[in-house]
Write a protein that binds this ligand. Structure first.
Ligand code: SF4
Length: 384
């Protein structure tokens, strides 16, 4: 019988697809062991935290760390016997909240070029201090604090966004709505907490996400549109540090440790863009990659053999196709589409050992070609 002190697994959904938004306290069973998702405060790892994470990944996991498209980290290959000492180490390092419910509320993404004392940092600090005031939201929901000179996280999944509106003031915008409520820095958390409670009180748990919640927003007048977004490259250039890419979000523990000495970085900032920013780093020996490198634009889940749902390998195919695909490519091991919940320009979805190919779709979207082998795909896309 399973030890009752161990955490509950993320369970299978009605399609039999496993793994619904794991946390550190509620791991998911993956093909290579348990997977735990961590959300460090401010999306930042100081030296001691990065070393603790490196130690945790190599001693208690299989050394593989994922960087997700929402700026979170995933530890992989954890075994049941090592989960308890691992989580104690992560809590001690400040990487996991000791209270599971509070840890689950930390799905907060900061625009990666924030500076100490700026609007993004002040709002995030206030929100973390008042995190207990947020209701329990559906597991996939998240908050983007994107209060730089113009929105930079518009293409990153989030449900509530604090961003810069036309006219230069801040707005709180619910996903799925073109305009948001004007707010100021001091009132931002009050407004966010109120909106989150309204969501829950109006049946938000049935909707699951803000964009699917059809209830009209509560008495919001004089709404304001967000400013046109900044590009990823522009945002990275504005950051205090050097960008380092992590294709597919793979960040081996050894690479994590070496990043700390790269350009004498003060800390590692997580981004949702398949890479990290080395805070305060001098330009190092390693040249900064182009943040718009095709390989950093590709989404591909671990696929076979890491995931038991997969019937196809994904990443080798994605690497080969990346330079040959205009726009966004998504290679998914199955229809769950873990690596990219939204639409991509070209989507390959694994099915019974082959791939279905779709345009402008999510994983599992209606295909225009079915049952393709990798060689057929390479020929079709000019990557032979
Ligand atoms: S999308 Fe990929 S990682 Fe997610 S369940 Fe399917 S095969 Fe596994």
């Amino acid at each position: 019988m399973r030890d009752p002190s161990l955490p509950p697994f993320a369970t299978a959904d009605r399609h039999g697809v496993r793994g619904w938004c794991p946390t550190a306290w509620r791991p998911m069973e993956a093909g290579d062991g348990w997977l735990m998702r961590l959300r460090p405060p401010f999306g930042r790892l100081g030296h001691a935290q990065a070393l603790a994470l490196h130690d945790a990944a190599t001693r208690f996991g299989n050394g593989r760390i994922d960087l997700t498209n929402r700026g979170a980290l995933q530890l992989r290959g954890v075994t049941e016997a090592l989960w308890r000492p691992l989580i104690e180490q992560l809590v001690a390092a400040g990487l996991v909240d000791p209270i599971p419910e509070r840890d689950a509320r930390r799905a907060i993404l900061l625009v990666p070029d924030w500076r100490t004392g700026d609007d993004t940092h002040r709002i995030a600090s206030a929100l973390l201090a008042r995190i207990d005031e947020l209701p329990d939201l559906p597991a996939k929901m998240g908050i983007a604090i994107d209060a730089g000179p113009a929105p930079a996280l518009s293409g990153t999944p989030a449900d509530f966004r604090i961003e810069r509106g036309t006219g230069g003031g801040l707005i709180l915008r619910a996903e799925g709505h073109a305009e948001g409520l004007p707010i100021d820095v001091d009132g931002a958390v009050d407004a966010l907490v109120t909106l989150a409670h309204w969501f829950v009180a109006t049946g938000g748990h049935r909707s699951g996400r803000m964009a699917r919640h059809a209830t009209p927003l509560p008495g919001m007048d004089a709404l304001v549109a967000p400013l046109p977004p900044r590009s990823r490259a522009e945002t990275i250039r504005a950051a205090d540090g050097a960008f380092r890419g992590a294709p597919f979000g793979e960040l081996e523990a050894g690479r994590l440790a070496s990043l700390l000495s790269d350009g004498d970085a003060r800390a590692i900032r997580l981004t949702p863009w398949r890479g990290v920013i080395l805070e305060g780093a001098r330009p190092g020996a390693e040249p900064s990659p182009d943040p718009d490198d095709p390989l950093l634009r590709v989404d591909a889940c671990p696929g076979r053999p890491a995931c038991p749902q997969a019937t196809v390998a994904t990443r080798a195919i994605a690497r080969r196709l990346a330079p040959h695909v205009e726009g966004r490519l998504h290679v998914s091991g199955c229809a769950k589409g873990c690596a990219c919940p939204g639409e991509a320009d070209l989507v390959l979805t694994g099915c019974n050992g082959r791939f279905d190919l779709a345009h402008h779709a999510r994983a599992g979207g209606p295909p225009f070609r079915e049952g393709l082998t990798p060689d057929q795909i390479f020929a079709l896309l000019g990557a032979s």
